[in-house]
Design a binder for this molecule. Structure first.
Ligand code: 3PG
Length: 210
């Protein structure tokens, strides 16, 4: 699936941190019940590759890998079945590796130099992280005036309160965040709460016309 199709069906991307495969599977079912059909499973825990592998087996769920810092992690993620790769910064090695593997890649680019590097690699969408610290919507709008072909996926400080504001911006392709899959909810097995927060996020997205 292209990133364009992914973001059209999922304007809100949950950024997931799991400590076990079981947690990943429970999160996956909770997301699907809330109407979200993708999960960005981050390489912040050792469980990530196994969780990606098992979550990818669940019907209707598209699983990507997040917090991918190097080629070794990108390789492990893709081998496990990740259908897209997200990085918190721009690594030419990671981008090149994913492109050669035919897997969409979303590096975070928060200044003109990084954006131009992404454009040189043929990318038309970048992550904007940490969005709340790096200037939020005004910063992305300034970049949009000089890079009109570029679309952004902000993460970092996006939540149910400001989601509508972000999604109302045409050069924002989708928003990512951890608020609906907060670690505390996962550790407390609050799967119904995760489902409600996902459903709420999708309702907000629909209200913005996504
Ligand atoms: C990410 O990896 O994109 C961020 O951790 C998401 O930021 P948030 O936790 O503030 O939603």
């Amino acid at each position: 699936m292209s990133l364009h199709d992914l973001f059209t069906s999922n304007p809100v991307i949950p950024v997931v941190v799991v400590d076990s495969v079981d947690q990943g599977i429970n999160v996956a079912h909770a997301l699907l019940a809330g109407g979200i059909t993708t999960a960005e499973v981050t390489f912040r825990t050792a469980a990530a590759p196994d969780a990606i592998r098992e979550m990818s087996r669940i019907d209707g769920l598209n699983v990507g890998a997040g917090t991918v810092l190097n080629v070794a992690q990108a390789e492990a993620a893709i081998k496990a079945g990740a259908t897209y790769i997200v990085s918190p910064g721009f690594s030419a090695n990671v981008v090149r590796y994913c492109q050669e593997a035919g897997v969409p890649v979303l590096p975070a680019c928060t200044d003109g130099t990084l954006i131009m590097a992404a454009l040189e690699y043929g990318l038309d969408t970048v992550k904007f992280f940490p969005a709340n610290i790096m200037g939020g919507i005004p910063a992305m709008s300034s970049f949009a005036s000089v890079f009109p072909q570029l679309r952004f996926v902000p993460t970092g400080g996006v939540n149910a309160q400001n989601l509508a504001e972000y999604l109302a911006v045409p050069h924002i392709a989708a928003c990512g965040g951890s608020w609906m899959v907060d670690k505390k909810l996962i550790h407390a097995n609050q799967w119904d709460t995760i489902t409600s927060l996902c459903a709420q996020a999708m309702t907000i997205a629909k209200e913005t016309g996504r």
